[in-house]
Design a protein around this ligand. Structure first.
Ligand code: SAM
Ligand code: SF4
Length: 476
């Protein structure tokens, strides 16, 4: 996930003090930033994406690996210098790093005006008001776990796609992970609230909704429900065309959910289901609650029940006690499951996690790096083979916008979440947020490139993706 200054800046209150909002980390942070924009705009703040224009710089932070925190620390270094020249500049740190470090952050960074945790960002506007009016420093890390999911339809960053939280926090005991500490215990939202939010988004032009949760497929478990029931309910909403959910935990997959994924034709043919390791003994030390064999069974069950489904992985290289033999088992898992994508990370010990206190970070950095490169190289081979097999096929993509690396091209994603870059031709300017049929003409391990075959006049009048399969097959 890329770090990003919100650019172009969201609509604010013209003439108000200008805030530059910089978001690090995952989709949840992006959605939290959207909720902050609402609160700030309501309180009369405007936004900018230029450092020199900003009256306040707010960093929405991530703690998942040390590298993520390091980027924030170096940013704070730059802001400290700027603040010497512009003493009126207010600086705030919000989100996971704020929650994890709290007062220590204020003590270490004299230029920092406030620290607001993962349940305190709804108060961002009143905190900023106080900081600016009274020149006080504020620490807020004890917010109500019931975070209001108030969103303002007018400030949505993408007109066609939206994230919707179905839960906050996490109750899993994964020994390497800081999330339960930074985001607190799991708290699910009632179905009625989620359906109301998705309906309002769809009425406002959204065609693709991604449900968010750290263990999204555990939604409803405490009330004896399954995420599958929510999928069936959302499938009924006219106007909604694509439905995704991230991230799923292997231990929480259930029959109803698998059936719903097979039955609901709006549901994406992609499941992000991180195994973390291919070695059962490493998985035991990670406290993931399943073995590598069980993971393979779940993957096979998914493929048998949902034709065409793709599975995405996260894998950690060099967790405490990981041997070369364990690492070989992770490589073997990649070969066996043939994920359509895999995010691989070097293990980063996080203070406050169970592993930090109990297990020794005994894999040398150079070995972690080598194992990471091996995982990535193998995954690239697997992806290249799959991508080459797709050349000549026509895929229906929801166009997301201009490609960052090649701005003359557009990109979109198909139902299986593959990213496809293509030349939009004469109609490129008005294709964002619409569906287009794209023939794949070339492939690398990381990119599928294509050319447009047909585009739809208006997304809201289109049938769902899977209903288009016959049409797309005919074009191919
Ligand atoms: N909740 C999701 C799950 O259980 O799969 C994802 C949580 S986390 C935000 C995203 C990924 O970061 C994890 O799947 C894991 O691979 C990786 N991760 C978490 N803690 C890590 C650590 N200490 N070092 C390296 N990678 C880590
Ligand atoms: Fe972290 Fe595990 Fe929770 Fe995912 S399920 S957020 S890896 S503790």
């Amino acid at each position: 996930m890329n770090d990003a200054v919100l650019s172009p800046p969201p609509p604010g209150a013209p003439g108000g003090p200008r805030v530059l909002l910089e978001v690090f980390g995952c989709q949840m942070n992006k959605l939290d930033a959207e909720l902050m924009v609402r609160a700030l705009r309501k309180a009369g703040y405007d936004f900018t994406d230029r450092d020199e224009e900003a009256d306040a710089v707010l960093l929405v932070t991530c703690s998942i690996r040390d590298q993520a925190e390091h980027r924030v620390r170096s940013h704070l270094g730059t802001l400290s210098v700027q603040k010497r020249e512009r003493p009126h500049l207010a600086v705030g740190v919000l989100g996971c790093m704020a929650q994890r470090e709290g007062r220590d952050l204020l003590d270490r960074w004299p230029a920092l005006d406030f620290v607001a945790g993962t349940r305190d960002f709804p108060q961002v506007a009143s905190i900023l008001d106080r900081v600016r009016a009274d020149a006080v420093r504020v620490l807020a890390v004890d917010g109500d776990p019931l975070v209001p999911e108030d969103r303002d339809l007018a400030v949505r960053p993408d007109r066609a796609r939206a994230f919707v939280n179905v839960m906050r926090g996490c109750d899993k005991p994964c020994t390497y992970c800081v999330v339960p500490r930074t985001r607190g215990p799991e708290l699910g939202r009632p179905m009625v609230d989620i359906v109301a939010e998705v309906s309002a988004l769809v009425d406002d032009g959204v065609v693709e909704v991604t449900l968010l949760g750290q263990t999204v497929n555990a939604w409803g478990r405490r009330e004896g429900r399954s995420l599958g029931e929510l999928l069936y309910r959302l499938q009924e909403l006219p106007g909604l065309q694509r439905l995704r959910f991230i991230t799923s935990h292997p231990e929480e997959m259930d029959e109803v959910l698998i059936r719903a994924m097979a039955d609901c034709d709006k549901c994406g043919l992609f499941l992000h289901l991180p195994p973390q390791s291919g070695s059962s003994s490493v998985l035991r030390r990670m406290a993931r609650g399943y073995t590598a064999e069980r993971y393979r069974e779940i993957a096979a069950q998914l493929r048998a029940a949902i034709p065409g489904v793709q599975i995405g992985a996260d894998l950690i290289a060099g967790f405490c006690g990981e041997t070369d033999a364990d690492h070989a088992l992770s490589l073997q898992l990649l070969r066996d499951v043939r994920f359509s994508q895999a995010f691989c990370f070097r293990y980063s010990p996080r203070p406050g996690t169970p592993a930090f206190g109990r297990l020794r970070d005994d894999v040398p950095e150079a070995v972690k790096r080598r194992r990471l490169l091996e995982l990535q190289a193998l995954q690239n081979e697997i992806q290249l083979k799959r991508h080459r097999g797709m050349v000549g096929e026509v895929h229906r993509v929801l166009v997301e916008g201009g490609s960052q690396r090649r701005p003359e091209l557009l990109f979109g994603r198909n139902l299986a979440f593959d990213r496809i870059v293509f030349d939009g031709g004469a109609r490129a300017a008005d294709l964002a947020g619409r569906f287009a049929d794209v023939r794949i003409t070339s492939a690398t391990a990381l990119t599928l490139t294509g050319s447009i075959v047909a585009a739809e006049p208006a997304p809201s009048s289109s049938p769902s993706d899977r209903a288009q399969v016959a049409h797309v097959a005919a074009l191919a």
